[in-house]
Design a protein around this ligand. Structure first.
Ligand SMILES: Cc1cc2nc3c(=O)[nH]c(=O)nc-3n(C[C@H](O)[C@H](O)[C@H](O)COP(=O)(O)OP(=O)(O)OC[C@H]3O[C@@H](n4cnc5c(N)ncnc54)[C@H](O)[C@@H]3O)c2cc1C
Ligand code: FES
Length: 285
């Protein structure tokens, strides 16, 4: 294995810490040996390789990537199951960063609303950390984070801290609140769209969205009700990927490689891709 990642050659990463966040959702801090992932931008992803098992694209989850990188992973299939069997000190492969990431230059100087559904909070966390660490470069900030069940809340402590800040409006809620783990901040019952309705989003806001595809139609409809133009709305899309670098064609849809041209797309550029937001009814400008 090379000491520094080339486009298709992984760097070696040692699992430094493994933190359970919710059922089947763990945060992995990985020390990268010899690689240089320091140029990771919020919204980009890496290909995580488990030797003998395979690879999966995973979003960069923190704004600052130095000698370590944080990945928030949900256990769903072969690669992620294998990762969840591993222990601190075990090694994995990482290549990247890949993809375009959120358009930080476009956002700079403007009001920004970040919207996360479920595990979509992973890349949104990295964006949120970035804008808060460059707070003076941005206008009004809004964070909307929704999940199905309150017990699925990720980054609980960080959410508590965010809720206490005065320089960002934070809306966190769950469709169902249940169980002894009920966090006080999830007393808010409702969907992402219910919270979005309460948020003071204006047509001038830039919008960053990441969540399950089925959420996008409803979020976009709500944003249109607030007269936000589709040119201000940026969606992070998820497709099946293999190579991550525009070579294998697995993620090719509507003339675009999601891995290379995305995964973040401006909604006004998606008019030929209605299927990617799982709606034929969403009319983009
Ligand atoms: C840009 C991007 C960023 C991502 N970021 C993250 C992240 O930060 N964290 C995270 O946890 N995930 C993330 N994902 C999703 C992750 O890459 C996928 O869940 C990936 O498939 C996991 O790999 P796996 O081998 O564990 O699962 P797989 O074995 O590929 O299974 C994934 C899902 O597909 C189903 N499936 C698998 N094979 C079949 C089949 N033959 N027929 C029908 N269904 C099948 C499985 O049941 C499972 O639900 C991201 C994806 C993209 C594209
Ligand atoms: S994943 Fe291979 S072309 Fe995009």
């Amino acid at each position: 294995m090379k000491s520094c990642s080339t486009p298709l050659m992984p760097s070696k990463g040692i699992l430094r810490s493994i933190i359970p966040m919710a059922t089947d959702n763990y945060l992995f801090e990985i020390a990268v040996e010899g690689g240089d992932l320091s140029r990771c931008q919020p919204g980009q992803f890496v290909e995580l390789w488990i030797p003998g098992v395979g690879e999966a694209p995973i979003s960069v989850c923190s704004a600052r990537v130095g000698s370590t990188i944080e990945l928030c992973v949900r256990r769903v299939g072969r690669v992620t199951n294998a990762l969840f069997q591993m222990q601190e000190g075990d090694w994995v492969g990482l290549r990247g960063p890949y993809g375009n990431g959120f358009p930080l230059e476009e956002y700079r100087g403007k009001d920004l609303c970040m919207i996360a559904g479920g595990l979509g909070v992973a890349p949104i966390r990295s964006l949120c950390q970035y804008v808060l660490s460059h707070r003076e470069d941005f206008g009004k900030l809004i964070l909307v984070y929704g999940m199905r069940h309150s017990i699925d809340l990720l980054f609980r402590q960080e959410c508590m801290i965010l809720l206490r800040r005065r320089d960002i409006d934070v809306f966190i809620g769950a469709e169902e609140v249940e169980g002894p783990q009920l966090p006080p901040i999830s007393a808010q019952l409702g969907r992402v769209t219910d919270m979005l309705r309460m948020a003071a989003v204006t047509p001038d806001h830039q919008i960053a969205v990441c969540g399950p595809p089925v959420m996008y139609k409803y979020v976009v409809d709500e944003l249109f009700k607030k007269d936000v133009p589709s040119s201000n709305i940026w969606l992070s899309l998820e497709r099946h990927m293999k190579c991550g670098v525009g070579k294998c064609g697995h993620c090719y849809v509507g003339g675009r490689f999601t891995c290379k041209d995305g995964p973040v797309f401006r909604l006004s550029d998606l008019r030929f891709l209605p299927e990617v937001i799982e709606s034929e009814e969403v009319s983009v400008e």
